[in-house]
Write a protein that binds this ligand. Structure first.
Ligand SMILES: [Zn+2]
Length: 481
C-alpha cells in the first residue's frame, strides 16, 4: 500500500547561520522517505522567505498542507524538523488536532523520531516547538539590540533609502538635495507647505518607494524635517540620544545645518498655530492680501474680506471690501472699506520699506545665545549620564533637569526665530518686478516683515474718495526707516 506524504519545506529570513536551503530540506526528507517501503512524497509544500515566528505572517503552503491532511488528500507529513514545520505553538496545535483526529496519519522528520499519534510524541513536539519559539524570540531581541548598536554608532538602519541620498545612504543625491534646499529656502521666506507640495507634484517628485502616485503633503513634510538632513541619527523620526546623553551624529553626508533644520521645524510647527491665531480656516483664508492684517478701529476685530455683490456704497468700483465682522462674529460690523485701494496703498508702503532694506546694512547680528546654549546642553548631557549610571535619584534628577530643558528649548526656539528673521531680512526683492510673481503667502510674509497690523478707521457716511490717513500702520520692530 502506498503512503502518500506531503513534504514540507520552509526557508525563513533570519540569517542566524543555521539556515537550510529549501532544496536541501527537500533532498533530505526525500532520502528518508525513500528508505521506507511504500512511502512516496506526493507533493511538496514550500513556503519561501517567511518566518513562522512572525505572528501575522500567513504561510499559504502550510495552510494548504493542513487542508490536504484533513481531507485525506495526503496520508501524512514529512519535513526536515518539527520547528521547520511549526515554529509557533498555535500552528503546532492545529497540526496536532489533525493527528489526534486521524491517528493513522504518518509523521516523520529527518532529525527526530516523533510519533504524533501518541500523547507522549505530541508532548515532545510541544517542547521542541516551545524551545524553537524561544530561540526565535532571542533572535528578535538580538536584532533589536543590533538596531540600537547601529543607532548608537550613527550607522544607517534598514528600510528604503532616505530622500536626499543615493542608494548607499551615505552620498548626497544632488538633485534631491537641491529640491530640499530650495524648499527650505522657500519655507523660511514664507512660502506655504501646500505651494511646495504642489510644486513637487508638478515635477513628479517620487520617494524611493516610487509608488507612481503624487507625493503627499505628509511625505514632503517628513522629508523636509527629517533629522537626518542635519546629520542626526534618528529612530522613528526622533533624534537618537546616545550613551553620552548627546544626539548621535550619523556617518553620512549632511544636507543642511542643525540650525537650519531647527528653523524649518519651527516654521512647519508654526503653520498650524498661525492658522489658529488668525481664526482662519482652509486655504481660501489667504486669498486676500491683507486679510487678518487689518483691524477695526472701533472694536479691534480683524477685518475680513468680503466679495462685493449687492453692496455698492463707496465702492469706487472695487470688487471686494474689507469688513468688520458682525457682532455674532465678535466684531461691530461698522467698518467696511473698499479692498483694492487699501491693498495698493499698503503695497506702495511696503515697496518703500523694501527699498530702504536694500540700502547697505550692517551684517545680520550673530545670535547671542550660543554660549549659554552649549553650556546648558553640556549640563544636560552630564545629568543624563549621571542618571544612567544611577548616581542621582529620579526625584532630584527631575528637579534639576526640567528647568534646564525648558531653558534649552527656549534658547533653541530663540535661535530658530533668529535664523528665520535673518533669512527673511536677506530676502529683499525688487518689489516692482518680483512681487507679483510671488505666491500670495510670500507676498503676505513680505508685508508682515514690515507691518504688524493696520488699524482701519471708518470713512464716514458717503465718503467716496480713498483717504490714506484713515489707515493707521503699526510697523514691526524690524522695519527700517
Ligand atoms: Zn469693528
Amino acid at each position: 500500500m502506498v503512503v502518500r506524504l506531503g513534504g514540507y519545506a520552509r526557508i525563513s529570513l533570519d540569517k542566524d547561520g543555521e539556515e537550510l536551503g529549501v532544496e536541501r530540506q527537500r533532498r533530505d526528507y526525500r532520502q528518508v522517505a525513500g528508505v521506507r517501503p511504500g512511502w512516496e512524497v506526493a507533493r511538496d509544500y514550500v513556503d519561501n522567505d517567511v518566518s513562522a515566528f512572525k505572528r501575522n505572517v500567513i504561510r499559504p503552503q502550510f495552510e494548504a498542507l493542513l487542508t490536504d491532511l484533513e481531507s485525506g488528500v495526503i496520508d501524512g507529513v514529512i519535513a526536515y524538523d518539527v520547528d521547520r514545520l511549526a515554529r509557533q505553538p498555535r500552528d503546532l496545535e492545529r497540526l496536532l488536532d489533525v493527528f489526534e483526529a486521524r491517528p493513522n496519519l504518518v509523521f516523520c522528520t529527518v532529525t527526530n523520531d516523533l510519533d504524533l499519534s501518541t500523547s507522549d510524541g505530541r508532548t515532545m513536539a510541544r517542547v521542541m516547538v516551545a524551545f524553537a519559539n524561544k530561540a526565535s524570540a532571542d533572535t528578535g531581541r538580538r536584532v533589536a539590540r543590533k538596531h540600537k548598536e547601529l543607532a548608537d554608532a550613527g550607522k544607517n538602519g534598514g528600510g528604503f533609502p532616505p530622500f536626499g541620498w543615493k542608494d548607499d545612504r551615505l552620498t548626497v543625491d544632488p538633485a534631491q538635495a537641491a529640491l530640499i534646499t530650495k524648499a527650505h529656502d522657500d519655507l523660511l521666506a514664507g512660502t506655504r507647505m501646500s505651494t511646495i507640495v504642489r510644486e513637487w507634484q508638478a515635477k513628479d517628485v517620487q520617494t524611493s518607494r516610487n509608488t507612481g502616485k503624487p507625493i503627499t503633503r505628509v511625505a514632503v513634510r517628513s522629508i523636509l524635517s527629517n533629522p537626518r538632513l542635519a546629520g542626526f541619527r534618528a529612530v522613528k523620526g526622533e533624534i537618537h540620544i546616545g550613551p553620552g546623553g548627546k544626539p548621535v551624529m550619523g556617518v553620512w553626508e549632511p544636507i543642511c545645518t542643525p540650525e537650519r533644520l531647527e528653523a524649518v521645524t519651527v516654521v512647519l510647527d508654526g503653520v498650524r498655530s498661525q492658522h489658529r491665531d488668525n481664526g482662519q480656516k482652509g486655504t481660501n483664508a489667504y486669498k486676500y492680501l491683507l486679510s487678518g492684517i487689518l483691524r477695526c478701529a472701533q472694536c479691534g476685530a480683524r477685518l475680513a474680506p468680503n466679495l462685493r455683490s449687492s453692496w455698492t456704497e463707496g465702492s469706487n468700483g472695487s470688487r471686494f471690501a474689507y469688513r468688520c465682522p458682525p457682532s455674532t462674529d465678535n466684531g461691530c460690523g461698522k467698518v467696511s472699506r473698499a479692498g483694492e485701494p487699501i491693498d495698493s496703498h499698503i503695497l506702495s508702503l511696503i515697496h518703500d520699506a523694501e527699498a530702504r532694506l536694500k540700502a547697505p546694512k550692517s551684517e545680520a547680528a550673530e545670535w547671542s545665545g550660543a554660549a549659554r546654549l552649549a553650556e546648558v546642553e553640556q549640563e544636560l548631557a552630564e545629568l543624563i549620564t549621571a542618571k544612567r549610571e544611577k548616581k542621582i535619584s529620579a526625584a532630584s534628577w527631575i528637579a534639576v533637569v526640567e528647568p534646564l530643558e525648558a531653558e534649552r528649548d527656549e534658547l533653541r526656539h530663540d535661535r530658530a526665530r533668529h535664523a528665520v528673521a535673518a533669512a527673511q531680512a536677506a530676502d529683499t526683492l525688487n518689489l516692482a518686478e518680483d512681487f507679483e510673481r510671488l505666491p500670495i503667502e510670500r507676498q503676505r510674509a513680505v508685508i508682515l516683515k514690515h507691518i504688524k497690523t493696520v488699524i482701519v478707521h471708518p470713512a464716514g457716511r458717503g465718503a467716496r474718495k480713498f483717504n490714506p490717513d484713515l489707515l493707521e500702520v503699526v510697523w514691526t520692530a524690524q522695519a527700517v526707516f
